[in-house]
Write a protein that binds this ligand. Structure first.
Ligand SMILES: NC(=O)c1ccc[n+]([C@@H]2O[C@H](COP(=O)([O-])OP(=O)(O)OC[C@H]3O[C@@H](n4cnc5c(N)ncnc54)[C@H](O)[C@@H]3O)[C@@H](O)[C@H]2O)c1
Ligand SMILES: NCCCC=O
Length: 458
């Protein structure tokens, strides 16, 4: 009786505590002191390792975590932990699974400020954006919770009164491997559907962003998931390969670059494992002169500068109809100059640092190459801060399709503006890419062109 009365008070106090914690965290303060692997329902140090990694706070360049990369034995421990939980979880009804996912979503919602703050500290994106990431994360879990209870097979009537039926069976232990640009959100994209369908998961985040996914693991446990249902191993390529090659892994879901995706597919093929790949892009954004001008400008800014341009589905090839090209470019330059760059934990910051120094160097190399190829390139600024990787450039100009910066994924705040004249021409050019992924069109007219052309590769 006493316990029952106390419960609401405890529930009330917990969010308060989280809020206080996140408010006290400012840039330059957080230091990880806990194990970052998670299995059998708790944080653990790995039993073996293949090297060591350090994670940074991009805005200061401080090391915030040093951790061992999980070796083959640790990866196997995590998979065994997932197998144990799978035996319990697969027996649950969809409604029971749904309840756990909904509770996890509720906890994420309740702790959203703390989670967004940690995401900002480790990734560098502005707190303004990180809050949206966390919102999408709990919505993802709610969405899959909604599906869990209604998943069903089919009944097929056969001749002579016989019938056939299908059941939806979970696969078993699924592996999730994620990128660093949306650490918490990607972990939710992968765990939500996998767990809703009755699978267990071992997840490996990028070594650049190891922190928040462990908080997700703790949240699943708190929400009532059996110990071992969602496990985390930390590490880089070698750890990822142990996971992909493990005989008891039933499926691999990967988010990252095209070259790594191709390696993962190859490894999975050896074990005839299904894979889901979410890879890079060089997506077109087509702006016709009849479009709502302000909408189009804002759309292009969003499609290029969110998360410092480190977004897979960004519309980085901005095709602008020639009669509005100059006006469009001028307006973009004007608005880009107003993007507030700075400490990502400050409320009014809209652009933080790139993830790390190598990424900054990579982006700068693209910009240097572009400057050599095009004369009317406008570069906003390249601000160097004394400590580490800072950010913030936005070259814009009249580009050509054959330029390296137009053909390759840059993964930074770089927008390439390409003039076009006709619809037919722009569709041909928009499709002329080795990537797929996304596309955007701004026009007031109903799309009268054959969208199947655009869909062919995108
Ligand atoms: N399509 C999408 O939904 C989506 C979303 C986010 C990011 N991305 C893409 O991700 C890329 C940026 O992320 P990144 O730099 O972390 O990508 P990456 O390919 O370098 O790494 C992704 C993950 O794979 C792991 N990894 C690397 N080599 C491996 C190997 N041989 N075997 C197993 N795992 C291995 C990494 O440690 C990391 O966890 C960009 O290309 C971006 O477009 C795509
Ligand atoms: N919601 C963000 C999409 C992530 C791709 O990089």
């Amino acid at each position: 009786m006493k316990l029952l009365r106390a419960a609401p008070i405890i529930r009330f106090l917990i969010p308060k505590l989280h809020q206080t914690m996140s408010r006290s965290l400012s840039t330059g303060v957080f230091q990880n002191s806990q194990p970052l692997n998670y299995r059998a329902g708790g944080r653990v140090q790995p039993v073996d390792s293949v090297g060591q990694e350090q994670a940074y706070e991009p805005s200061t360049g401080r090391v915030i975590a040093t951790f061992a990369c999980s070796g083959e034995k640790e990866v196997n421990e995590a998979i065994q932990s997932a197998k144990t939980a799978f035996k319990i979880w697969r027996q649950k009804s969809g409604m029971e699974r749904s309840r756990v996912l909904l509770e996890a979503a509720r906890i994420i919602r309740e702790r959203s400020e703390e989670l967004a703050t940690m995401e900002t500290i480790n990734n560098g994106k502005s707190i303004f954006e990180a809050r949206v990431d966390i919102e999408i994360s709990w919505q993802t879990l709610e969405y899959y919770a909604g599906l869990a209870g209604s998943m069903a097979g089919q009944h097929v009537q056969l001749p002579g009164g016989s019938f056939g039926y299908t059941r939806r069976e979970p696969l078993g232990v699924c592996v999730g491997i994620g990128a660093w640009n949306y650490p918490f959100q990607i972990a939710c994209w992968k765990s939500g559907p996998a767990l809703a369908c009755g699978n267990a998961m071992v997840y490996k985040p990028s070594p650049f962003t190891p922190i928040t996914v462990v908080l997700l693991a703790e949240i699943f446990t708190e929400a009532g998931a059996p110990p071992g249902l969602f496990n985390v191993v930390q590490g880089a390529a070698a750890t990822g390969e142990f996971l992909c090659k493990h005989a008891e892994v039933a499926k691999i879901s990967f988010t990252g670059s095209v070259p790594t995706g191709s390696k993962i597919m190859e490894m999975a093929s050896k074990g005839i494992k299904p894979v889901t790949l979410e890879l890079g892009g060089k997506s077109p954004l087509i702006i016709f002169s009849d479009s709502n001008f302000d909408n189009a400008v804002n759309g292009a800014l969003m499609a290029n500068f969110l998360t410092q341009g480190q977004v897979c589905c960004n519309g980085t090839r901005v095709f602008v109809q020639r009669d509005i090209l100059q006006k469009f470019t001028e307006e973009v330059v004007k608005k880009v100059a107003k993007i507030k760059i700075g400490d990502p934990l400050l409320e009014d910051t809209r652009m933080g640092p790139l993830i790390n120094r190598p990424q900054l160097e990579k982006v700068l190399a693209f910009v240097k190459g572009a400057k050599e190829q095009v004369s009317c390139l406008a570069v906003k600024m390249v601000k160097r801060n004394q400590t580490h990787h800072e950010v913030s450039l936005s070259p814009i100009g009249e580009c050509r399709d054959d330029m390296t910066c137009v053909k390759e994924e840059i993964f930074g705040p770089v927008m390439s503006i390409l003039p076009f004249d006709t619809e037919e021409e722009v569709l041909e050019r928009a499709n002329n890419t080795t990537y797929g992924l996304a596309a955007g069109v701004f026009s007031r007219f109903e799309l009268c062109f054959n969208t199947s052309t655009l869909n062919r590769k995108i």
